[in-house]
Ligand binder design. Sequence first.
Ligand SMILES: [Zn+2]
Length: 310
Amino acid sequence: MLHASAELQRFEHSSKSDGSLSFLVLGDWGRRGAYNQSEVAFQMGEVGEKLDIDFVVSTGDNFYDNGLTSHHDSAFEESFTNIYTAKSLQKQWYSVLGNHDYRGDAEAQLSPVLREIDRRWLCLRSFIVDSELAEIFFVDTTPFVEEYFSDSDGHSYDWRGIMPQKSYITNLLKDVELALRESTAKWKIVVGHHAIRSVGHHGDTQELIKQLLPILQANNVDFYMNGHDHCLEHISDTQSPIQFLTSGAGSKAWRGDLKKLNRGDLKFFYDGQGFMSVKLTQTDANIEFYDVSGKVLHRLTTSKQLYTSM
Ligand SMILES: [Zn+2]
């Protein structure tokens, strides 16, 4: 029997009439407002208004400590609907699952029932958001991480739909590679929960370095965005133009146990709470990191030629 890999689900989200696209990126947040989650949410509302954002990207670990218990779990409203109340945040949210989400009923977060409770919510394992200007490839990274399977540290994970792990990953990588190869978007962005590169608590994810990174490097990806480490950071790939951007500071932060910081590829690291904004045009990307008071801590700008000659 032939097992054709299922194509990734694709959502169209058009750019603004001036051709630009803006969005916020947030990770590791759902704590019923605690640990400055509400303060970060407030500043997202302010920046969202200023940039007239088109949508919000969540890099996962959406609900602490153990995801949702079911699609009736009140944490959904207490940590999402009732927290991100600013007018500018009443846009589509595109979310992936983090490892903490897999400790609960992972399928609950994927359920259309949640979209009936709050129509902003869209969480799937892996999918594509296509704005023509940019294509954003959301990748389910938790199943890549071996230690969750071999040494689960007392946690139980909801692996329904994932087993067998090996073929799940193989098919996913095949789908991502094909979609990236066929993409004609000006900007190619990949979003996952786990960092490829990080100097934070969890550090690099070896499985992603080995299996996912070569595909991104071979297909002209501009940015890889993730959460997992509760910090804000920017690391440059040493072998390609890829910029690694961590936005996992939506609530609990200040862990304080970073790895060594004196390395040339580390452009920025902040151990506290905050979020990131992205503004794209045909020629420029402007990315900013904000702290809990809305102060811009770091800015990354990249330009592309409008016309490239072969
Ligand atoms: Zn995580």
